[in-house]
Design a protein around this ligand. Structure first.
Ligand SMILES: Nc1ncnc2c1ncn2[C@@H]1O[C@H](COP(=O)(O)OP(=O)(O)O)[C@@H](O)[C@H]1O
Ligand SMILES: [Mg+2]
Length: 294
C-alpha cells in the first residue's frame, strides 16, 4: 500500500471510530463538541484517544456513582465509598471544565448534571476564596436538610445527597430542580415556567416559607434572582443555595450582622436581609412582566 492509500485507509477507520465513540454520549451537545475538537485538530489519533478516555470515564461514573445515590433515598446523607469519592473527583473536574451539562453558575460554584441521570446535580466549588468566607459544603447540606424538614409550604428545597470535601475538591450532590431561576424567567427557553407563574401567589408562598424558616432560626441571607427558581411544572418557587445561610439559636442575635476583626482592623460584616430582598425581587419581576406583556 502506498502512503496515500494508507492515509485514506486510516482516515476512514478514524471516522468510523469517532462515530462509534460519539454514539456513546447521551448528550448531543457534548458529542458535537467532541466532533469539533476532532475536526479542528491535526493530531486526530491523540484526540480519538482522549475521547475514548472521556467515554470510559463517563461509563464508570454512570455505573458506579449512581446506584448508591438511588439507594440513599431513605438516609439523610449517604456516606460515599473511597471509590465513589474518586469518581466524584472525576465528575468535579468534568464540571469545572464545562464537559457536563451546565445548570448554572454563581459566585462560588458551577452546577451541572449528567443528562442520563437528570434527577441529581453537582455543585462544584470554583471560587475557593469567597467560598472560605461562608458555609462549607457540609454545613450547606445540613442547612438544606434542616430547612426541608421545617418547610411545610409549597416551596421546593433541593434534597442534599452527599458531599466530597478534600484539599482539592469541594462539591456536593443534590436533587435537581426542574426549574428556571427568576433571573432568566423571561427568556424564550423558559416560557414553560412562565405559563403557570402567578406573581402574587408565588411571592406569598416564598414569604411563607421564609417565615417558617425564620421562626426556627434559619435565615437564607442570599435571596436574589439567581437563588429563587420557578418550577417548570407547577410555576411554584424553589429556594436554592444555602451557602450563606445561618441557624441562630437565640432571638437576640442579629443574623444579618457580625463584628469581624482582620488584623488590627475591626468592622461589621453584613448579609442581605431576607424580608427586604424578597420585596426587591418581587418588584423587579413585576416590572419585567409588565414590560414583557406590553
Ligand atoms: N438543585 C438545583 N437544580 C437546578 N439548578 C440548580 C440547582 N442548584 C443550583 N442550580 C443552578 O446553578 C446556579 C448556581 O448555583 P448556586 O447554588 O446558586 O451557586 P453559588 O453558590 O455559586 O451562587 C443557580 O443560580 C441555578 O441556576
Ligand atoms: Mg447562588
Amino acid at each position: 500500500m502506498n502512503k496515500l492509500d494508507s492515509n485514506i485507509f486510516e482516515s476512514e477507520n478514524n471516522a468510523e471510530r469517532l462515530e462509534n465513540l460519539l454514539s456513546e454520549f447521551d448528550n448531543a451537545e457534548l458529542a458535537n463538541r467532541q466532533r469539533d475538537r476532532y475536526n479542528n485538530t491535526e493530531d486526530k489519533n491523540a484526540i480519538l484517544e482522549d475521547i475514548a478516555e472521556i467515554v470510559a470515564e463517563r461509563k464508570q461514573i454512570v455505573n458506579e456513582t449512581f446506584i448508591p445515590i438511588e439507594s440513599a433515598e431513605n438516609g439523610l446523607f449517604a456516606e460515599h465509598t473511597k471509590r465513589q469519592g474518586q469518581i466524584l473527583k472525576v465528575v468535579a473536574e468534568s464540571v469545572k471544565q464545562a464537559k457536563e451539562e451546565s445548570l448554572g453558575f454563581g459566585n462560588v460554584a458551577k452546577v451541572a448534571k449528567i443528562k442520563k441521570y437528570p434527577k441529581y446535580c453537582y455543585k462544584v466549588i470554583t471560587n475557593p476564596t469567597d467560598y472560605k468566607e461562608e458555609n462549607n459544603v457540609k454545613i450547606e447540606m445540613e442547612l438544606l436538610a434542616l430547612s426541608r424538614n421545617i418547610n411545610k409550604s409549597k416551596v421546593k428545597i433541593p434534597r442534599p445527597i452527599y458531599c466530597l470535601a478534600n484539599r482539592e475538591t469541594h462539591m456536593y450532590v443534590m436533587e435537581t430542580m426542574d426549574a428556571a431561576p427568576l433571573v432568566s424567567l423571561f427568556l424564550e427557553e423558559n416560557k414553560k415556567a412562565l405559563e403557570k407563574f402567578e406573581i402574587e401567589k408565588f411571592f406569598n408562598e416564598l414569604q411563607k416559607c421564609l417565615d417558617e424558616l425564620h421562626a426556627k432560626g434559619i435565615h437564607h441571607r442570599d435571596i436574589h434572582l439567581g437563588n429563587v427558581m420557578v418550577d417548570f411544572k407547577t410555576g411554584r418557587p424553589c429556594l436554592i443555595d444555602f451557602g450563606k445561610s445561618i441557624k441562630v439559636d437565640n432571638d437576640s442575635e442579629n443574623p444579618y450582622e457580625k463584628e469581624i476583626e482582620k488584623g488590627d482592623e475591626k468592622g461589621i460584616k453584613t448579609w442581605l436581609v431576607d424580608n427586604i430582598e424578597i420585596k426587591k425581587i418581587k418588584e423587579i419581576i413585576k416590572k419585567e412582566s409588565e414590560r414583557t406583556l406590553c
